[in-house]
Write a protein that binds this ligand. Structure first.
Ligand code: NAD
Ligand code: ZN
Length: 358
């Protein structure tokens, strides 16, 4: 199967084993220079094959950076500019980002700023990158210990999603990545398909510990469709795109307190369950939606409860620092049923009362 959809200027192509047909999919590279950026976990698994195909079209300069969030910094950006200059890259040349969200965000920032922008192709290799970070045009590096502080809006020209890359992804990365897909299914307006997909996922996880690649592809595709739709409606993040922040108010706070010990998806899992528990307590969400969500997350072996060492006070103090917080309070994403999210701005003290954390 294969599908194409367009968000802003990006052409997204999804298909099994697409990364084995790159010469056919990327004819525009012909005769140009390509900086092929990847990290040192992905390089031994996938670089040679990708490089070989691109070399049939273009002059390829492979660059391997260290895997991990620490690589998303301005120092790396500068090193990449230098490589582009040294190899005489000009405005008609390309940057291809082969990897997870770290490589995608870093590569996109470099592509968006070098000579005021060169063409960017994303070849995402994680669930996070395939379903989320490679689309939507947000580029970023971290600065002064603040995540994603420096960045631009710059959509990729093409995003090529090959679910086969996920076969080599470690289980905990896969599970953490699926949390945000589950979140997207919960907030999506496409009933009943997305609700059915959640039930299918629960059934499958109960039967087999490992998800078949076919279901994984469907999940990633649905995740990226939902994100792409929301981003198209709201590129600059004023309304619909903010539904994607479901579970993130508490999630971000827990992630910050964990200081690197929790993956983003794991923190969002905790954040979603905390919000849904409060919504159920206020009769704003049915118990069955919470039970279904928690069951899936537990089968995936991602955490669902706030670590006992984190006090409610410490979590609330962190939410005050949230990017979406201002003098009028913090913006919450609520969920009243599968496919029925809502935005609400509340004072921090009211949020505390509502959570029953007083
Ligand atoms: P990541 O890029 O660090 O990848 C996770 C790990 O998996 C790394 O160790 C990586 O080397 C390894 N890996 C990648 N692909 C692999 C494969 N196919 N096989 C084996 N190992 C593989 O992290 P991520 O979870 O993909 O992305 C997280 C980053 O994405 C964060 O920096 C976050 O800020 C960013 N992000 C950006 C957006 C956006 O809109 N731009 C959205 C979400 C997340
Ligand atoms: Zn997130």
């Amino acid at each position: 199967w294969q599908l194409k959809l367009a968000d802003q200027q990006t052409l997204i192509t999804v298909g099994m084993a697409l990364s084995e047909k790159l010469a056919d999919i990327l004819p525009e590279l012909s005769g140009h220079r390509v900086l092929l950026l990847t990290d040192d976990h992905v390089a031994p698994l996938h670089l040679a094959r990708v490089k070989q195909q691109l070399e049939t079209l273009a002059a390829v300069t492979p660059v391997i950076v260290s895997a991990g969030e620490a690589t998303k910094n301005l120092n790396e950006v500068e090193k990449l500019y230098q490589i582009l200059v040294d190899n005489q890259f000009n405005r008609t040349d390309y940057l291809v980002a082969l990897g997870g969200g770290v490589i995608g965000d870093l590569g996109a920032l470099v592509a968006s700023t070098y000579m005021r922008g060169i063409s960017l192709i994303q070849l995402p290799t994680t669930v996070v990158a395939q379903s989320d970070s490679s689309i939507g045009g947000k580029t970023a590096v971290d600065f002064s210990r603040l995540k994603n502080l420096i960045g631009t809006f710059y959509p990729a020209q093409k995003v090529i999603v090959d679910p086969k890359f996920l076969q080599t992804l470690p289980q905990h990365e896969l599970a953490a990545g699926l949390v945000e897909v589950i979140k997207s299914l919960l907030i999506s307006a496409h009933q009943p398909e997305d609700a059915n997909l959640l039930h299918e996922l629960e059934t499958e996880l109960k039967a087999h510990s490992q998800l078949p690649l076919s279901l994984l592809s469907v999940l990633v595709t649905r995740g990226l469709q939902i994100k792409s739709n929301l981003v198209t409606q709201d590129f600059y993040d004023f309304k619909e795109r903010r539904y994607l922040n479901f579970g993130h108010t508490i999630g971000h706070a827990v992630e910050a307190l964990a200081d690197g010990q929790l993956r983003h998806g794991e923190a969002v899992s905790i954040g979603m369950v905390a919000m849904m528990t409060a919504l159920v307590a206020h009769h704003e969400l049915s118990q069955s939606v919470l039970d279904l969500t928690r069951s899936i997350l537990k089968q995936l072996e991602v955490p669902t409860e706030i670590p006992s060492t984190f006090s409610h006070q410490a979590i609330l103090a962190k939410t005050k620092l949230d990017k979406k917080a201002n003098d009028q309070g913090i913006e919450l994403v609520l969920l009243h049923d599968i496919g029925q999210p809502a935005l609400k701005r509340v004072a921090l003290t009211d949020f505390q009362d509502w959570l029953g954390w007083s």
